[in-house]
Design a protein. Structure first.
Length: 309
């Protein structure tokens, strides 16, 4: 946990935009409004959208901009309480029992009190997110909630209602200050309305061409401007055709970085064919573009950029 002061929360939507932009996250007005209101109302943010549109990066940008710790709970199928909330350090407990036996300590109650104490408690992300005395409330990222099952979702609903966890051996641990909660989902399944009702909702979409170009300029400053414009125009057109998985912003950044490393200053058919694995992640999509489709898209891109001057 950080041992320094956190930065103040933004007072306006414009300050929220600036806060995120300071961490190279370019947020539209509607997203910045949701973030601002969530911070002021102390409500979780529920961010839904395709993979790769930047949902996770919002939590990272907030943590850096506000100078708060970032606690990340990466969700997956089969996630349980021991992995998400807490568990006991059994090897250390066994060692304590052996030492007690060796020292002749027979008081069962004293042994149990020693075993189930804070020093044997392993804090997992949910418990860490409740914070520690004297420390700023962290940003709690619950990433890809749709990957968990409904039972864990129901447990999480209880946690988010009161920001507390009850440990039978220790009692109830409650957050002195609610964490800043960011929940993301790729919508592989629907999340129950009861949880959504406790959150402020926003659909995070792919950026438009102007916004994506500015992202590239910030994230890959070494890329030639003409190359960046061609990359953005090409990717924007890819998202308009029927692909199995559209490239996200992260893939756009990776592609621009790769092409810069190859000292390219413009797109050409051969380079695109050689580097498509940086941009697309499914063989069916790559195979489709390795026909004449990619050449047609590139031709359209160059013609449109030339016409635009």
């Amino acid at each position: 946990m950080a041992d320094h002061l956190s930065n103040p929360l933004p007072d306006t939507i414009d300050e929220t935009v600036s806060l995120l932009a300071g961490q190279n996250y370019l947020a539209g007005r509607s997203l910045a409004t949701v973030v601002f209101l969530a911070l002021r109302m102390k409500r979780p943010m529920f961010l839904e959208g395709e993979a790769g549109v930047g949902k996770t990066e919002i939590a990272k940008a907030l943590a850096k901009g506000l100078n708060r710790p970032l606690i990340r709970l990466q969700c997956y199928e089969g996630l349980d309480i021991a992995s998400a909330v807490y568990e006991w350090n059994y090897p250390a407990q066994m060692l304590d029992i052996r030492l007690s036996e060796a020292s002749g300590l027979q008081d069962r109650k004293s042994i149990e009190t020693s075993l189930y104490s804070e020093r044997h408690l392993i804090r997992r992300p949910v418990l860490q997110a409740l914070g520690e005395p004297g420390q700023p409330a962290p940003v709690f990222l619950i990433d890809e909630l749709d990957r968990t099952d409904e039972a864990f979702e129901a447990f999480l609903l209880e946690v988010l209602s009161d920001f507390q966890v009850t440990i039978p051996e220790l009692g109830t641990i409650k957050a002195a200050e609610p964490p800043i909660v960011v929940i993301t989902t790729n919508r592989t399944r629907e999340i129950h309305d009861a949880l959504k009702r406790r959150c402020l909702y926003h659909w995070v979409d792919y950026p438009d061409a102007a916004q994506e170009l500015e992202i590239l300029r910030r994230k890959v400053p070494g890329a030639a401007d003409a190359l960046s414009r061609q990359i953005v125009a090409y990717v924007q057109k890819l998202r308009s055709i029927d692909l199995f998985k559209n490239p996200g912003v992260a893939e756009t950044i990776d592609w621009a970085t790769a092409l810069t490393e190859l000292d390219r200053i413009a797109l050409d058919p051969e380079t695109i064919a050689d580097t498509l694995g940086t941009l697309l992640k499914y063989q069916e999509d790559i195979a489709r573009l390795k026909g004449g489709e990619s050449d047609r898209i590139l031709s359209d891109v160059k013609a449109e950029l030339l016409a635009a001057g």
